[in-house]
Design a protein around this ligand. Structure first.
Ligand code: SF4
Ligand code: SF4
Length: 297
């Protein structure tokens, strides 16, 4: 089984549109949306959720008001200013702001009245779904929840498990933008990453950062330039840099209003159009498939 991760140095490069189009083209695959902080593949693929699972991560302090004596010790000891006082019929009681609580457990250990519970916190959900282009694993991270790298790892593991169970050949991953922990969690040990970039100075800069990440983790990488015709000289420079870094250029995708129109229509660009940008994406996919199979683009 192969695993292709589509990433970009930053958001808004068209990464998800490219991946959605690949979903139309790849036959035997599981889709995985690892962009858990800003998941949007579901907007194109309209998944029907079959299984819903809680994502538990860390702990959260909860004061039982009826047991709290109001000594104020937790307020004095919380380094994250997560304890709030609440007037209660002339006495003072305390409560925890769940957004501010970092789950360090100091207040729990201190409380002389043993009035603070410390349950695991639910930081989001992950889902096993069906789409018109095959099974999909995706997730939603709760508001202000952290540790999206851990949730990314769960989505990847579940997608691989599903591919094995159903004897599917490919896991097609929509990776997070940037170069942080969620990106590292999404690319380590994969078969190939495809970097989607734009012909701008910031696109060139972001490509360099992602290229260094790929090199550090020794993951084979390819690049495609989205909206390449907006700056042909920069597209040439980016491909030259990528080649020098051992990253294989697999094609260029033109600027085309059909991409936005497809998004508005809730379709992949290949469902929406047959020519223009759709032809470019087909060519890029052919190059990626050849690389996945050990050949040249
Ligand atoms: S340390 Fe315990 S008893 Fe004291 S204010 Fe906090 S919750 Fe209440
Ligand atoms: S668990 Fe830590 S961060 Fe949360 S309220 Fe207690 S002391 Fe503050």
């Amino acid at each position: 089984m192969k695993e292709l991760v589509v990433i970009s140095g930053k958001g808004g490069t068209g990464k998800t549109s490219v991946l959605g189009a690949f979903a139309s083209l790849a036959s035997s695959k599981v889709l995985a949306d690892c962009d858990v902080d800003a998941a949007d593949l579901h907007l194109i693929l309209a998944p029907e959720i079959r299984f819903r699972n809680e994502f538990r991560c860390g702990h959260e302090a909860r004061i039982r008001m009826d047991a709290c004596t109001g000594c104020g010790g937790c307020l004095a000891r919380c380094r994250f200013d997560a304890i709030r006082w609440v007037p209660d019929s002339g006495t003072v009681r305390y409560t925890v702001d769940p957004i501010a609580c970092e789950g360090c457990g100091v207040c729990v250990d201190f409380c002389p009245a043993v009035a603070i519970d410390f349950p695991e916190s639910i930081a989001g959900e992950w889902y096993l779904s069906d789409t018109r282009h095959g099974p999909m694993v995706h997730a939603r991270l709760g508001i202000a929840a952290e540790n999206s790298g851990k949730l990314v790892s769960i989505v990847r593991q579940q997608a691989k498990r599903l591919a094995e169970e159903r004897a599917l050949d490919l896991v097609l991953v929509d990776g997070p933008p940037g170069i942080g922990c969620p990106v590292i969690a999404s690319i380590t040990g994969c078969s190939l990453i495809l970097i989607v970039t734009e012909p701008t100075l910031s696109g060139q800069h972001d490509l360099k950062r992602v290229a260094e990440l790929a090199r550090h983790f020794q993951v084979p990488a390819a690049v495609c330039i989205n909206k390449w015709d907006l700056n042909t000289a920069m597209s040439d420079a980016i491909e030259a840099y990528a080649s020098a870094m051992g990253i294989t250029p697999v094609g260029r995708i033109r600027y085309d209003h059909a991409v936005t129109a497809a998004q508005v229509a809730g379709q992949t660009v290949l469902e929406y159009a047959q020519t223009g940008v759709a032809e470019d994406v087909r060519r890029v996919w052919s190059g990626v498939e050849r690389l996945l199979n050990g050949g040249q683009p």
